[in-house]
Design a binder for this molecule. Structure first.
Ligand code: C2O
Ligand code: CU
Ligand code: CU
Length: 517
């Protein structure tokens, strides 16, 4: 077993533009294979990284200052992880190594959003049918928050992300910069992911589920959970901190694992932001639950912990919520903070009581409501196939909100798992969650609720782009489809589900006589 807390927490390099053209910063990022040390006692691991590092470099951008990024691939022609060619998008002789970059949470026009079928191969030798252009344009017309970029290639997203294709993208604005929050070296992104390794240091991702499925190998899995936790690409690292406040921008970047994070001695997380920006007021949280793709902006106050060691632990079951609890010696451990450094300067940072203001959406603002089921059925091999509203990716588009319209989407979860549902383009607010009678729904197709509507937790009340839709509950979200018309996707962010049909295109359509953007 690998020893814990022997490697220092890496901090991803900050990427700089290669030039500035017409006042627009221009970045170049090359996806490359490299060998990277992920733990002191592991031989170097083959990873795929943006600019050859895992996780990729961190972007810092400013609200309303657009940037352009040329994403290109110099990855090998062969994948090193097992591709299931019965999965849509990875079939019919599709090139093994395809990538397309999506800025998760970005308000991005369709041509730069990284549509799963807009993939390209190394050197742009081949491109998918939706490929539009090489240079992506990010307008950044959105509030300060923590976004992330990751691969989104149809049918192999789980493998490309597992190989390492993830990175942080931080949007700043005046409001956020004016707050007296911890800054500079006291403001650190944390990307939490799980991975398994072979003895030679290589990443382990099984080619078949247990028990195996007759007739398909490699086969997609219902989900995959690694045996170790990594933060910023290092297995169980430690960070030396001063007895002062730190800001951590936490991302759950795992394929399928949920994290229920706590700190030793009941030290709380002071949550200041959600997926899509600052909360109105800080919320003190002792157990911070994050599904894949969810983010939490938090402050941890180490002032009264001088000399102590504070471990960040995880207690979320996998699959969530009904699966196995993590092993308290392995997957139940995330990282350690050693409050051993001396205070290098007085800590003038504060977490103000008022962080931000935003419009709280009311269900009366909605022009349209949709009930969308989250379910599954067996495929021809007896494997689980997860579906949104019983439709396959290739079925005709059914969600066509009009540009500028506000809609309520109600996710009716008839499965046993919590699905983190994510929509591209828009931010939303969670209205409520309500239990319903699943048997009745399955037998008669009728929704009979069995309890009251419950408001989301305080730390879920800001703007979100990914929501946990729990089993046997109806989760309602509300959002306005703006500012771009076009073709986008919505999906479950458990990557094994997303790759195997739990993803659908949706289209923001233009009303007669309305401008496109
Ligand atoms: Cu984070 Cu469609 O993705
Ligand atoms: Cu996204
Ligand atoms: Cu799912």
């Amino acid at each position: 077993m690998l020893e814990k807390f022997v490697d220092r927490l890496p901090i991803m390099p900050v990427i700089q533009p290669s030039t500035i053209k017409d006042q627009i910063p221009f970045y170049e990022v090359t996806m490359k294979e490299s060998m990277q040390k992920l733990h002191r006692d592991l031989p170097p691991t083959r990873v795929w990284g943006y600019n050859g590092v895992f996780p990729g470099p961190t972007f810092h951008v400013f609200r309303n200052q657009p940037v352009h990024v040329l994403w290109k691939s110099e990855l090998p022609e062969k994948h090193f992880l097992p591709i299931d060619t019965t999965v849509h998008g990875a079939d019919h002789g599709a090139p093994e190594v395809r990538t397309v970059v999506h800025l998760h949470g970005g308000v991005t026009p369709e041509s730069s959003d990284g549509y799963p079928e807009a993939w390209f191969t190394p050197g742009f030798q081949q491109v998918g049918k939706y490929f539009t252009h090489r240079v992506y344009e990010y307008p950044n017309g959105q509030a300060a928050t923590n976004l992330w970029y990751h691969d989104h290639a149809m049918g192999i997203t789980r493998l490309n992300i597992y190989a390492g294709l993830t990175g942080m993208y931080i949007v700043h604005d005046k409001e956020e910069l004016s707050l007296p929050l911890p800054k500079g070296e006291y403001d650190i992104p944390l990307i939490i992911q799980d991975r398994s390794f072979q003895d030679d240091g290589s990443l382990y991702y099984p080619s078949e589920p247990t028990p195996p499925v007759e007739g398909v190998d490699p086969s997609v899995l219902p989900d995959f959970f690694g045996k170790t936790n990594l933060v910023n690409g290092m297995v169980w690292p430690y960070l030396e901190v001063e007895p002062r406040k730190y800001r951590f921008r936490i991302l759950n970047g795992a394929n399928a694992r949920f994290y229920g994070l706590s700190l030793s001695y009941c030290v709380p997380f002071i949550q200041i932001g959600t997926d899509q920006g600052l909360l109105k007021h800080p919320v003190s949280v002792r157990n911070l639950l994050l599904a894949p793709a969810e983010r939490a902006d938090v402050v941890i106050d180490f002032r009264s912990s001088a000399g102590e060691e504070i471990v960040m632990t995880n207690d979320a079951a996998s699959p969530f919520p009904q699966g196995k609890l993590p092993n308290p010696k392995t997957t139940g451990i995330v990282m350690k903070f050693r409050v051993k450094k001396h205070l290098s300067s007085p800590d003038h940072s504060r977490v103000p009581n008022y962080l931000s203001t935003y419009h709280v959406m009311n269900e009366k603002e909605s022009n349209n409501e949709r009930n969308l089921s989250l379910g599954m059925r067996p495929d021809q091999y007896g494997r689980e196939i997860h579906l949104l509203n019983n439709d396959l990716w290739s079925d005709p588009i059914t969600e066509k909100p009009r540009l500028g319209d506000t809609e309520i989407w109600s996710f009716v979860n008839v499965s046993n798992a919590t699905h983190p549902i994510h929509l591209h383009l828009v931010k939303f607010q969670i209205l409520d969650r309500q239990p319903f009678d699943r048997d009745m729904y399955e037998k008669e197709g009728k929704i009979v609720t069995t309890g009251p509507r419950v408001k989301p937790a305080l730390n879920e009340q800001g703007w979100k782009d990914t929501v946990r839709a729990n089993p046997k509950e109806i989760t309602r979200i509300i959002m306005t489809f703006t500012p771009y018309a076009g073709l986008f996707v919505w999906h479950c962010h458990i990557l094994e589900h997303e790759d195997y049909e739990m993803m659908r295109p949706y289209e923001v359509v233009v009303k007669r006589g309305q401008a496109r953007a």
